[in-house]
Design a protein around this ligand. Sequence first.
Ligand SMILES: *Cc1c(COP(=O)(O)O)cnc(C)c1O
Length: 399
Amino acid sequence: MLRLNAHPSGRHFLQIPGPTNVPDRVLRSMDYATIDHRGPEFGELGAAVLAGMKKIFKTGSHVVIYPASGTGAWEAALVNTLSENDLVLMAETGHFATLWKSMAEHLGLRVEFLPGDWRRAADPDAIQARLREDKNHEIKAVCIVHNETATGVTSDISSVRSAIDGASHPALLMVDTISSLGSIDYRHDEWGVDVTVAGSQKGLMLPPGLSFNAVSEKALDASRKEGGLRRSYWDWHAMIASNATGYFPYTPATNLLYGLHEAIGMLLDEGLDTVFARHNRHAEATRRAVRAWGLEILCTDPARYSSSLTAVMMPEGRGADAFRKIVLEHFNMSLGQGLSKVKDKVFRIGHLGDINDLTLCGTLSGIEMGLGLTKIPHTTGGVDAAMAYLAQGAEVRSR
Ligand SMILES: *Cc1c(COP(=O)(O)O)cnc(C)c1O
């Protein structure tokens, strides 16, 4: 039976790496009548959210907003820029990189997938080596997932850019920032990214339902080429033409755009650098807890730890899903499940979006109590380790 209205006391802890907890301010901002999307007020809202998203992407170029999940924006990036049989270079960082690769194949692209072990970031040296070999410039795009949400590993996009430049290769650079935008430092223009893909329901603290492309002039030029992949709904040109006056070619998700306006305001009020520092701090506190429990972090490269989530490996022979089920039943908290290759082997702690020190302490407490209830071999004291770290940071900040 669907129990959406069952009401246990207190808040549900939605500590999956997206969708994330939606702040009350954002919820309230959407609780207004839906307006005429072709009427006089709408243009102002449309223009404001488009301008605001440019600040979040750090771009002076175009931003396109779709009423779609992140998967739609993945498709938009590919179909607007590439032609059938084009070769695309992707890096196997985890489940999401694998899904994007499958989509590219379904769309009639050829994909070369640089293999990975799901514990490390995309390797800029391997990308450069492959591009150097590609003397005839058959590779048309390099597609990288910035923050691999399945593993908790963040790839270094500026190094990928340097790798492409070092090979003097003209391929487009496309980056999925669905679980990093608004949580982890990202710079569309400075890093020379051609298409950035994002979604509403993770760092942007909105419900699911919106997704984004930030588009460079080079990508826009590629989209004007004759004989590109077929597209209609996803076509950038109709969008960008309407967006010039703040309107959309078809019905936008009006109320989600009210929420987006509020969320952009919150992120910019806090300051993006402060937002990123907050995520770094909460991620470090989480890792200290995991280490104190004696559990292993899936990411093997400390330089590439994700600040939006941590994937935790279960001890040999213990299932992550049974553990998550107990935590949900006893403490009303959802933790992220392991996906495909790491199914039941890891659980994921989302620490992105609308989170503060005490939300994180509550989250880690639920995990520590769950480890105890399920008798998973561990050392207690993870929450203490996290609290000690957070208290230290609070002291420094109040000086
Ligand atoms: C969540 C996520 C997606 C999928 O987005 P949907 O909104 O579920 O379509 C893709 N890539 C990454 C990195 C994600 O975190």
